[in-house]
Design a protein around this ligand. Structure first.
Ligand SMILES: NC(=O)c1ccc[n+]([C@@H]2O[C@H](COP(=O)([O-])OP(=O)(O)OC[C@H]3O[C@@H](n4cnc5c(N)ncnc54)[C@H](OP(=O)(O)O)[C@@H]3O)[C@@H](O)[C@H]2O)c1
Length: 182
């Protein structure tokens, strides 16, 4: 199973304002430019997102993920407002169990979304690739993408693309063996 996180951050590393606000992402919205999102989605079998991200996404005017299964991770499924959108399933926040669930369904590529969720997959060595779109803005405070770790995680940079809007998109492979020499 390949697990890829695709996420936008401010230049100072935040994925949302403290209140969850994403208004600052509109500074890079451009007609006909999705920064590779549709092409990436074609490679994905299912999505895995934290409960907090799901609670934002479910209020979007349009459900962005078509018919693809979306697994929402929560320790307390009863707190989720019903009814859930049709392709949504609820799983406990255990990356190994999540991967086993989707492997049984024949999935090969999962899109991992949400800060805590991405950190959880990273911390147990189950995140393979990070695609980070840096937005040219400093927020000063907000919800961070990264946090403390039990040990260093080494990454291999594979590509960076910059766009006229100022968005800079970098792709990293996660090196799961800490002593790998680059
Ligand atoms: N900039 C972007 O591209 C982007 C992308 C996605 C999301 N966002 C924003 O990011 C914010 C949400 O991110 P977030 O980091 O706060 O949360 P998150 O990862 O979306 O959700 C966290 C919740 O998911 C469950 N969970 C996931 N992994 C867990 C783990 N390892 N251990 C325990 N529980 C786990 C828990 O649910 P329970 O509390 O229910 O148990 C936890 O409270 C939202 O404001 C969203 O809009 C931004």
């Amino acid at each position: 199973m390949i697990c890829t996180a695709v996420i936008a951050t401010s230049l100072d590393g935040f994925i949302a304002r403290l209140d969850g606000g994403l208004d600052w992402l509109s500074s890079v919205e451009a007609e006909g430019q999705d920064y590779g999102f549709a092409a990436f989605m074609k490679t994905v079998d299912a999505l895995v997102m934290g409960r907090k991200t799901f609670e934002i996404v479910r209020d979007f005017p349009e459900w962005p993920y078509g018919e693809k299964t979306v697994a929402v991770l929560t320790q307390d499924p009863l707190t989720l407002l019903q009814p859930l959108p049709k392709p949504v399933i609820v799983l406990p926040p255990d990356p190994e169990a999540v991967i086993a669930h989707f492997a049984d369904q024949g999935a090969k590529h999962l899109y991992i979304d949400g800060g805590q969720t991405i950190r959880g997959f990273l911390a147990c060595g189950h995140l393979n690739r990070l695609i980070i779109s840096r937005i040219p803005i400093l927020l000063g405070q907000g919800i961070p993408l990264f946090g403390s770790l039990p040990a260093d995680i080494r990454l291999q940079h594979t590509e960076t693309v910059s766009f006229p809007s100022g968005l800079v998109q970098s792709t990293y492979e996660v090196l799961t063996q800490p002593d790998v020499e680059l």
